[in-house]
Structure formats: C-alpha cells, structure tokens
Design a protein around this ligand. Structure first.
Ligand code: BGC
Length: 442
C-alpha cells in the first residue's frame, strides 16, 4: 500500500478534541463545561479521574504541533471549547479564549498544517445546561450565535469546518443513558436533545457556509457496521432497528429524509418537539460528511430491552479479539460503512474523521511497539482503498488520535494515541504506529 494510491486530493490527518487534551479547565477566563461538572461527580469517571490537566495541550500545543509536523500529518482536527470562548455559553466573550484558538490556528498554519476545527465535541457550557442544555429549544439560537462568532473570529484562516461531533453519542450517552455528561436519562430528555442537535447541526452548516462559501463545511457522525446474531427473522429485524438508532437517526434528517421513525416507531416521540417548518430546517446540504467508526456490532432480539427490543451481543462473549474499550478488533468494518453511506445520493463526499483503536501499550526501553494498532490502521486503510476503488466518494482519513488522552468516562485507561503520554511527566513518546504513519505520509 502506497499513499499515492489514494490520490492527490486525499486528506491525511489526525483528530483530537478540546476536553480530552487541553486541561487548564478554568484558566484565563474559561467557564465550566458539563464535562468539568460531570467528571467532578463521584463515581462517574473510572478511578475518579478528571481532565483538569489531561495532556496539558493548552500549554503544550506548540510542541504537539511540532510532532504533527514531524509525522508529516497535513491536517489537524481539533475542537473549540465553547465555554473557553463564551464562559456562560452566550453573552460575554472571553478574549483570552479566542486568543488561544487564534494561536493554535496560526501555529498550525506556520507549520504547514491545515487546521480542521469542530465547533462542538460534547463540552457544553455548564451555564447552558443549567437552562436545560440540549433539551431546551433555545439552544438552536445559542449554538447559532456561537457558530457565527467562530466564523467571524477564525473563518479567514479555515478551509474545512465540522459543525458537530457524533450527535448520537452525546445525546444517547448524555441524555438517555446518563453515562456521559450531563448524566440525564430517559426519552423525555433524549428526544428533545436529538431534535435540537439536528436543528443546530443544520443551522451551524448554513451559518458557516454563508460566512464563506469557499470553505468546505461538514459534520461528523458515529457509525458501526451492524450484523444480526443469526439469520433468524427476529434477529434480522432487531439488527435493522439498531441500525436505525445508531446509524440513521441523526444523518437522515440532515439529508432531508426526515427521521426514520417508520422503522422504529418509538422515535415518533420526537414529533412532539417539532414545530411547523422544522423538516426544512433540519436539512442542510453539507459539502462532506465525516464518518467515525471503530468496530462492528452484533445484534440480537431482546424482549427485555425496552423500546428497541434489540441488544448488542458483547464482544467479550463472542470470543473475538478485543481492544481496551472491549470493542471487537474489526478494522474491516470501515469498508461496509463507507459502502453504506455512499449509497445515500445526497452525500457528496466522505471523510473518515475518526478511526483507531485502544490497546494496552507499554513503554519499554524508551519506545512503545504497538503492533496491534499499527495493523488496525493498515487494515483500515486497505479496506478504505477498496471502497474508494469501487467508486465510493471517500477522500480523507484521520486517525483517532494524536496523543493518549482523557477517554471520557473511561478516564486515562484506554490509550488511543499515535503518541504515548506519561501522564505524570507529560512526556511524549512516538509509538511504532506513529512512526509508521509518519513514514507512510512522508
Ligand atoms: C469520540 C472521541 C472518542 C473516541 C473513542 C469517538 O466516539 O468522538 O471523542 O475518544 O470515539 O472512544
């Protein structure tokens, strides 16, 4: 496999997210986000860990960008922490927050690295959560104002924008299961959160595009290749329902298809939160769709799972190789995912904006020989190339992630980085996977 096989326009990158790396949670005027609050609550994060320092990226971004450059990675995806820029989520602007992201963007450009910001990677300002967060329809306006401010502040140097990161995960884990911030549960929170996230995504897209029609504007979705546990009809239909929830719910309204609630009727509950004209407002013609995929899911019928009547068969019980996240090691899934989304005629271009794997890396003799991650990335790329050669409009690949970081509710235990971080000393060590990626991109 050779980089040239992917074509000249193919975007090679690496992805990160503000809360997972920056630290400095209350530095220079930053307001608290829901993740600051959530991770300070007892029992929410594995081993009681928090992200007050994380990778100290707020202070070390230049050294980390030097590493991005040393690995020949031309595109750096990061996110803005909304409450660094607007401590209360709206109203007064924190100039120091804008300054930080201006420095980050300028430092990237100085090194010949294209900055790819995401406006929202899960860290909602706590002040807005206090007003209901994603369950309050006013958030569409708050998010639009924040988007507009970012477009005006940074837009002169940004060619590629992403509005949101994985809305299904932050609404599902944060507003239905309660295992992510803000820790809310139930359909009465989930449904309005879904609808307002969808409206905000499309509104954000419109604002960014009208601020600069030359910039490429996209948004990102989590997705997994899903297979039924067996070909029994009840398992096949359970897998279809899971596919609606995990892979289709968020993207289809954006593509102008409405919510896929005919195939999972519980979702009709979202209609209660819809107002006249919303169908149109939910849709936006994004220049690209970012797909983020890590594993596959095997689904079987379950009488006891409310609403969905389907459950994921845990990879642990399937005697398959596992990552530290207990996800099946299944890099082949990226192929079917690209094929699946390429079938939507509305999608013009796909970038894989996250893909990677966590393994129990060990620092030995000054290095980390992470052969499993290396082979995961290589296989993913072969599968991506296969889909591309078959005509799928996939034109970019971003590894998740640059450095080991704060993995949300799992704390620092899962290591996803191309670069190892010793969280006691903040020392960075390029892993074998990082060295390979760097050589490949050279
Ligand atoms: C998220 C990242 C996360 C990664 C691995 C994605 O769902 O966007 O923030 O760290 O998966 O779990």
């Amino acid at each position: 496999m050779n980089k040239d096989e992917f074509g000249k326009s193919f975007k090679w990158g690496v992805s990160t997210a503000a809360f997972q790396i920056e630290g400095s949670c209350s530095a220079e005027g930053k307001g608290p986000s829901i993740w600051d609050t959530f991770s300070s609550r007892k029992g929410k994060i594995l081993h009681g860990q928090h992200a007050r320092v994380a990778c100290d990226f707020y202070n070390r971004y230049e050294q980390d960008l030097d590493l991005v450059k040393a690995l020949h990675i031309g595109n750096f995806r990061f996110s803005f922490a909304w409450s660094r820029i607007l401590p209360e989520g709206k109203g007064t602007v924190n100039q120091k927050g804008l300054d930080f992201y201006n420095r980050l963007i300028d430092s990237s450009l100085e090194r010949g690295i294209n900055p790819w910001p995401t406006l929202y990677h899960w860290d909602l300002p706590q002040a807005l959560e206090d007003l209901g967060g994603w369950t309050n329809r006013d958030i569409v306006g708050w998010f639009s104002d924040y988007t507009d401010l970012c477009a005006r502040s940074f837009g002169d140097r940004i060619d590629h924008w992403m509005v949101m990161n994985e809305p299904m995960v932050f609404t599902g884990a944060g507003y239905f299961l309660g295992v992510h911030a803000p820790g809310k549960t139930g359909l009465k929170n989930f449904f309005p959160a879904v609808h307002h996230a969808v409206l905000s995504m499309a509104a954000g897209g419109r604002i960014l595009k009208s601020a600069n029609s030359q910039a490429e504007v996209g948004t990102t979705f989590s997705c997994s290749h899903i297979e039924p546990y067996s070909q029994k009809s009840w398992n096949v239909s359970a897998a279809k329902r899971a596919d609606v929830l995990f892979n289709r719910l968020m993207i289809e309204p954006v593509l102008g298809m409405g919510y896929p609630d005919e195939e999972l009727s519980i979702l009709k509950g979202i209609r209660k939160y819809m107002q006249a004209g919303d169908e149109d407002k939910m849709a936006f013609d994004f220049d690209f769709i970012g797909l983020q995929t890590y594993t596959r899911e095997i689904v079987r019928y379950s009488l006891l799972t409310p609403y969905l009547h389907a459950k994921l068969v845990k990879a642990e019980n399937r005697k398959v190789p596992l990552t530290t996240m207990k996800w099946e090691v299944y890099p082949e899934g990226i192929y079917s995912i690209i094929k699946k989304y390429s079938a939507y005629k509305q999608i013009k271009k796909i970038y894989i904006t996250e893909n990677g794997a966590a393994f129990p890396d060990e620092l030995r003799d000054g290095g980390v020989d992470d052969q499993e991650r290396l082979s995961f990335i290589q296989t993913s790329l072969q599968q991506l190339l296969k889909a591309k050669d078959e005509g799928c409009p996939v034109d970019g690949y971003f590894v998740w992630t640059l450095t080991d970081n704060f993995e949300w509710a799992e704390g620092y235990h899962p290591r996803f980085g191309l670069i190892h971080v010793d969280f006691n000393t903040q020392k960075r060590t390029i892993k074998s996977s990082g060295k390979w990626y760097g050589e490949f991109l050279k």
